[in-house]
Design a protein around this ligand. Sequence first.
Ligand SMILES: Cc1ncc(COP(=O)(O)O)c(C=O)c1O
Length: 386
Amino acid sequence: MSYLFPTYARWDVTIKEAKGSWVTDVNENKYLDFISGIAVCNLGHANEEVTKAVQEQLTKYWHMSNLFHQPIQEEVAKLLVEASDGDAVFFCNSGAEANEAAIKLARKHTGKTKIVTFLQSFHGRTFATMSATGQEKIQQGFGPMLETFQYLPYNDLAALDKLESDVAAIMLEVVQGEGGVVPAEKEFIQKVSETCEKIGALLIIDEVQTGVGRTGKPFGYQYYGIKPDIITSAKGLGSGLPVGAMIGQKSLIETFQAGSHGSTFGGNPIAMAAAKVTLDKIFDEKFLIEVEEKSNYLVGKLNSLVGKHPLVNDVRGKGLLVGIECKEQVSEIINQLRENKLLVLPAGSNVIRLLPPLTVSYEEIDIAVKTLEDVFSTVDYPVEAH
Ligand SMILES: Cc1ncc(COP(=O)(O)O)c(C=O)c1O
């Protein structure tokens, strides 16, 4: 019997230790981890420099109210601002909280209430972010949702034409992660940005999964030639310690005054110590070029599986957020991969999602692709008649 709410369909695996791209379970099975805590452990598990920084902070102090100045918050905020188009940061503890902050800021700043998001998006599990999420299965049983969200089809340029000036913000991911690893088309993102200008809405980019180097840029939106008003980040930011951040442009700063918004733990110094080292390492140009190179290597190898095995339909993504779309449901294939000691995730029902640590080696990529090939070759998928 478990003392936990069964909110996760847990696998029958208990990890006892993890280092780099590898995790070991209590039965001494060693797995290659292409999940990274769902895009969190971007520097691999137990990075030594992060560990050292956290240990040092633990010996100084663990927590201080945000009523005090905490220089380490300023240092992390500066790294986020310098690597993005934002000017100020609000720290919280998760992706959902970062999106909550963004939604509140957009409503207060514009004086409008409607927030436009997209079908198959994922923005979190709190009431506002669940309402923002364009997936019925996430909302089921919790209705009614907050009324002021409107969902449009993703990558659909024409749908944007219908929007009017009552919109406070358009919020979206540049690659829909949970929704099936679906990258946005460049034209679509540019039109979203132009539409925001036209109707006086703020542009919020949810970088919770795509940020912190995951796509090969500090933030994924930087592939698209746009300048968002608000960027939200979490997951990889603290290398496994809980940190969320909302980064906003200068024009928005005065909208949040003392008392407008807050978080007891937001900007906690232990989490900040982890974030500072994480960002120092990942926002380095050389590091990010390597992410792109590894991505090209991985995607190149995976592309060679398309056509080779009838099960594989498409390979897509950005950087080291990669999806393999299959012609059938992938849950059983994912179980088989795990039995073959490769940890991967689903995204939607028919996409295998690969999220290796950004520090993954070429040899580890080879092992992962070989395991995928081996498992695919055992799947009895009917070959289409020509
Ligand atoms: C794009 C996106 N936004 C928001 C969230 C919610 O983040 P958290 O689980 O930290 O609240 C997630 C989590 O998967 C996400 O992928």
